[in-house]
Structure formats: structure tokens, C-alpha cells
Design a binder for this molecule. Sequence first.
Ligand code: ATP
Length: 238
Amino acid sequence: ADTTHLIAVRDLAASYGHIEALRPTSLHVAPGEFVTILGPNGAGKTTLLRAITRLIPSKGQVMFKGRDVTGLKTHDLAELGIIMVMEGRGLFGDMSVRENLQLGAYKLSGSPADMDRRLDKVFTLFPRLKERIDQTASSMSGGEQQMLAVGRALMAEPKLLILDEPSLGLAPRVATEILSTLGALNKEGLGILLVEQKAPLALKLAQRVYILSSGSVRAELPTHEIKSHHDLARYYFS
Ligand code: ATP
């Protein structure tokens, strides 16, 4: 089995009715790698992430840790460790921070000690969540809600964390804090696939970038080869 990739998708494609939002696309994330997907509005970035996690019907092959997981559904993929933080966060607004986090703990052994260990890890990364543990999700600021969404995903102890524009609508300082935390998690070995508009920071954190435009990958390059944003712009509009 091919285990050089954490995840590898081949000829992944998705349509909404007759609109082909994602043309056959191949990409991969290596173990421990941080990969960013950039591209203009409407490029198909969200569609690509939803196709990978099978939140929408999609064609094409998905390999995870050398195993063909093409036929699996979203929750099966989550059990294997493919966890996505969606755009809009998908929190339970009337539930507390603690409850939202607990709901993220997939495949939990059942022991309270295990739950506490996972909670502690999240609180170490986002101390703000600990301060607000009994507050309802909907009463938190946008930045805190995004921290909660990431924290909830981490409760599942993902092998691959997929995030759709976690900085969307956030103040620069909070966006930086959240993206930097992703960088720290990656340094611990977590594989990350990030769609992000905040290109400069996302590029600093990532080892490799794919540029998506009009439903296709226009370029794939290691971030150290990107000298200026002019380099990127020409792919956007090609
Ligand atoms: P953005 O950065 O604006 O979020 P994106 O790169 O994530 O854009 P997608 O949201 O994947 O792009 O959309 C790709 C294309 O598919 C767009 O033309 C969009 O209008 C279309 N599309 C997305 N969702 C649907 C839907 N539910 N029904 C029909 N068309 C859709």
C-alpha cells in the first residue's frame, strides 16, 4: 500500500445540477504536511473540501493512509481521523462550550479521563474556551466561536484536519491567533488541509500550496518558491 501520502485524491469531481463546480482534480497531503488551497471566490474551494469529505456526492478516488476509502461516508471518514471544520462552523448555538466540545469527541473510549485529557489539550491551545466553558456557543464572539469549532474538531483527535476559511470575518489579530495555532498543531505532526483567503499567513505556515481557479488546479508549488504575490496572481487569472 502507498503510505507516502496521508491523503491522496485522484480525479475528484463534483457538480451542482449541470454546473461542474469541481473538474477532475488530484491532490495530496503528506504525513505531517500543511497544505493550503488558494483561489478566487467561486473557484470551487469549498466544493473541493466537501467532495473530499463526501458532504456532497462526488466522483473520484480517495486514498487515506494507503487505504482506498472511496466508498466511505462522511462519518466513516471522521472515524478514520479525517475531520473538517466547516465554513460557518456548524456549532450548536444553544449548547455550552463544554457540550460542543464533548460532541466533537468521536470514537471516545468512554472513560471520563480520556474526555478530560482531550478537553485539557484544547484548553491549552485556546485558554479563552476554558474561561467560557459554561457559556452558550451563540453568545460568544466570532473569534471565540471559530476557536470552539477548531477545538471541537480536535476533540476527535484527527489525523487530518481540514478547514474551510477559519479566518473568515474575523479581526486580523484573532485570525492570526487561530492560524498560528494551526501552525503549532502541524509542528506536532498533524496533517492540515486549509482553504484560506488570508494568503500571506497561510503561505507562511504551509509547506505547499494548490491554486484553484474555475474548478481546476492551476498550480501546485512549495511555498518557499513563492517569492511575491505577483507569482500567485498570474495563476488566479490564467
Ligand atoms: P468562496 O471563496 O467564494 O467561498 P469557493 O472557491 O469556495 O468560493 P465554491 O463555494 O466551491 O467556491 O463554489 C464553486 C462554484 O459552485 C460557484 O460557481 C458556486 O456558485 C457554485 N455552487 C456552490 N454551491 C452551490 C450549490 N449548493 N448549488 C449550486 N451551485 C453551487
